[in-house]
Write a protein that binds this ligand. Structure first.
Ligand code: SF4
Ligand code: FES
Length: 389
């Protein structure tokens, strides 16, 4: 196999700590504690190794990356290494002074997530009292600091009908990009699939609105629309192909081709604590396992889209068929496609409306929001554990 081209981007998952607890969280089921996270010096070394490898961008993510008090130091180090820097955040731990410090350190873009446009619904989904109001304020501070903003809305059955309001809000906040992302059913989102899956009609309506607005908002904001795999006929090119464009580093330093790769049984992943990033990118068994097209079976092997979508998502193929080398079941040519579609239709008509929440800082608590303890899913913003204090 030829040496792979350099990665385009590094996704640095700095921490799993997060003050929100969205029911569609894509973090693994087992969350990493603050004491297990990579140290500042490790991250600085890794960011330099990424730049040396030819990587262009670093995206700081989590969990909530602003829970790391060394974020400014990491941004400054990555900026000096020459990387383009983006912060993916819920915003609730930010304030004007910190935004200013991050801008001074070299931060070039912020992607701010919103749970909804309806205040009560947004705070309920994120499980954080006052979260939506705080985000609105933080969006203004970000723009005041001159940092380009992407407004990210994760949509599902409970809020997808408010896509028009989401687009309006994104424009009003001065976002140059608005991302309407349907939930992807990995990690914790799978536990809530029946409560989250939109109906086909809802998805079709949202698609129509996005297409219309793409025209009317030309020159104002770019709209990204990530559709629900389950209703697709052809899969997305997940991560732009396994080991082709992206490196994902977990809070403990494991290097993955995508954020969900550890869900695939039988693969093991190297750690930046004991191997250089360049060596892992070029030579690790797990990165090479699904690179290119050699590993493909039929129908992908002889498909003319093999080098367009790279067989879709390996993690979804494994989750649904038990074999990560199968075609992504989102593809209508996959033997598992009809079952996947049927499960989407069934889920979208489910009477389950309650979310199952989990909490950070110990065992996972399945906490239903349709019981009298409902408000206990709202976390106290002052909870120091969430900040790693
Ligand atoms: Fe993509 Fe494989 Fe489906 Fe072809 S058969 S469209 S390569 S997933
Ligand atoms: Fe892992 Fe798609 S999420 S390959």
């Amino acid at each position: 196999m030829n040496a792979p081209a350099p990665p385009l981007a590094l996704l640095a998952e700095l921490t799993h700590r997060c003050p929100l607890q969205c029911p569609y969280c894509s973090n693994p089921l087992e969350l990493v504690r603050a004491s297990e996270e990579l140290a500042t010096e490790d991250w600085l070394r890794v960011l330099n190794e990424a730049a040396e490898l030819g990587c262009m961008q670093a995206h700081f993510s989590g969990g909530e990356p602003t829970a790391r008090r060394d974020l400014e130091t990491l941004v400054a180090g990555a900026s000096q290494a020459g990387l383009y820097l983006n912060l993916i955040t819920s915003g609730v731990l930010l304030d004007a002074a910190r935004i200013d410090a991050l801008a001074k350190a070299g931060l070039e873009h912020i992607q701010l997530s919103f749970q909804d446009t309806d205040v009560a619904s947004a705070d309920h989904i994120g499980g954080y009292a006052g979260g939506h109001a705080k985000k609105l304020d933080i969006a203004k501070q970000i723009r005041a600091a001159g940092i380009p903003l992407t407004a990210n809305f994760v949509v599902h059955r409970r809020n997808i009908d408010r896509v028009p309001a989401m687009l309006e809000l994104g424009v009003a906040l001065g976002a140059s990009r608005i991302e309407i992302a349907n939930v992807q059913y990995y990690g914790w989102a799978l536990a809530n699939r029946a409560a989250l899956m939109p109906t086909r009609e809802q998805l079709d309506e949202a698609t129509k609105i996005v297409e219309q607005k793409r025209e009317t908002l030309k020159g104002v904001a770019i709209i990204d629309f990530v559709v629900t795999d389950y209703y697709a006929r052809r899969p997305k090119s997940c991560m732009g192909g396994w080991g082709r464009q992206f490196i994902n580093i977990t809070p403990t330093g494991k290097v993955l081709p995508c954020h969900a790769a550890e869900s695939i049984a039988g693969l093991s992943f190297d750690n930046v604590r004991n191997r250089s990033l360049g060596d892992i990118w070029r030579n690790s068994t797990s990165f090479n396992r699904f690179r290119g097209t050699e590993w493909m079976k039929e129908p992908c092997r002889s498909c003319d889209r093999a080098e367009l979508d790279w067989g879709g998502c390996r993690c979804q193929a494994f989750a649904v068929t038990g074999d990560a080398a199968e075609a992504d079941p989102a593809c209508s040519l996959s033997a598992a496609h009809d079952n996947l579609l049927a499960s989407a239709v069934t889920d979208s008509q489910s009477e389950q409306t309650a979310f199952i929440y989990r909490r950070i800082g110990g065992a996972i608590h399945a906490l239903r929001d349709d019981v009298p303890a409902a408000r206990s899913n709202i976390q106290d913003p002052a909870d120091a554990r969430l900040r790693g204090e």
